[in-house]
Design a protein around this ligand. Structure first.
Ligand code: 5AD
Length: 348
């Protein structure tokens, strides 16, 4: 006979309290939390209180520009993988990127995220010119352009880039290989450590719901964020794209993705964690659910419509409605911040 429910429930709550105090758990303990649905609310509430204590009630906004959908990679889940010939490819010109960044600045954004496929046209020196130009505005620049050599990351850092996003996607070696033809988990990790070493605020994260992904491997992902001491973590449920090899697989589970987010908040209390668009795409309330489970960042997409429609990493990507966001935030006692929102600005 198993334990009476209340004893078990108390045990699980204690585990969550331990995670909060010690900011770490054993892998098996993380798995226990991930597989037990009876403590979800307790986990979300605990992560929400840690978020409130360490990063406060303000939501940092990051304006996202998807400046090129040209990509040399062939990630099995991604709609803009190079084998997807249905995609109309585009690449913004330097002036177009700068105009958009000026617009972002005028709109009051204090962080700009420049995201693209792994597009070799944008050599580090060329991108550095763009970054320098953008930095003439008082705005933080985050790059999300994939894997590059140390020297390239260095050139971009010296040009003024502040942050870098590079999701590890999964720390499971076999799964990583299957999902990313021609790429290696080792190199991915090396890139992340290089970014850290160069002084970037470094963001990573995982996809939740990849085929054959186990809870053990997700637990290892969370431990990796901790080991890297990541400054930002983006967690997204997989949303299968019809023009990729994963088209017949189910989408990832939003609740599981939220639990990973919440545990990440407990382990790294002062970092920045976005409520990701993939979460909102799976559930109209997904963004708010994430903001109440440990998240403190929203990333509105300011890419022009004609480009946005060709940047379908996954189908049905929803936009941030600014007015609705403000209203929704007010309802949950939160408000938009007009700060740059570095990790070091968060009060620990
Ligand atoms: N569903 C959800 N997220 C995806 N990404 C790529 N493809 C998908 C998909 N089908 C995520 C990856 C990448 C980020 C920019 O988008 O995690 O790092």
């Amino acid at each position: 006979m198993g334990l009476p429910f209340f004893v078990y429930n108390l045990f699980m709550k204690n585990l969550i309290e331990k995670a909060k105090v010690e900011r770490i758990l054993q892998k098996s303990e993380i798995v226990q939390i991930l597989e037990d649905s009876s403590i979800n609310e307790y986990l979300f509430k605990t992560a929400d209180s840690v978020r409130k204590k360490y990063v406060g009630d303000e939501i940092y906004l990051r304006a996202l520009i998807e400046f090129s959908n040209i990509c040399r990679c062939n990630c099995a889940y991604c709609g803009i993988r190079c084998d997807n010939k249905k995609v109309q490819r585009y690449r913004l010109k330097k002036d177009e990127i700068i105009d958009l960044s000026n617009l972002a600045s005028k709109l009051g954004y204090k962080t700009l995220v420049l995201q693209s496929g792994e597009d070799c046209f944008f050599k580090a020196d060329y991108l550095a010119e763009i970054v320098k130009e953008i930095k003439k505005n008082d705005i933080a620049v985050t790059l999300s352009i994939g894997e590059r050599f140390f020297e390239e990351y260095k050139i971009l850092k010296e040009a003024g880039a502040d942050r870098f996003l590079l999701r590890i996607e999964t720390t499971d070696e076999n799964l990583y290989k299957k999902m990313h033809p021609g790429m290696s988990l080792d190199n991915r990790k090396k890139c992340l450590y290089n970014l850290k070493q160069l002084g970037y605020e470094t963001g990573t994260g995982s996809l939740i719901g990849l085929p054959d992904q186990t809870l053990e491997s997700i637990a290892s992902d969370i431990l990796f964020y901790k080991e890297l001491n990541a400054d930002m973590i983006g967690i997204g449920p997989l949303i299968t794209h019809p023009d990729t090899p994963l088209k017949d697989f189910p989408n990832g589970n939003l609740i599981l993705a939220l639990k990973v987010l919440a545990l990440t908040r407990l382990f790294l209390p002062d970092i920045n964690i976005p409520a990701t668009t993939a979460m909102e795409t799976l559930n109209p309330n997904g963004r708010i659910m994430a903001l109440q489970a440990g998240a403190n960042v929203v990333m509105p997409n300011i890419t022009l419509e004609e480009c946005k429609k060709n940047y379908q990493i996954y189908p049905g990507k929803v936009a941030v409605d600014y007015t609705k966001l403000e209203k929704d935030l007010e309802k949950i006692g939160r408000k938009i911040s007009f700060k740059k929102g570095f990790r070091s600005d968060n009060q620990i």
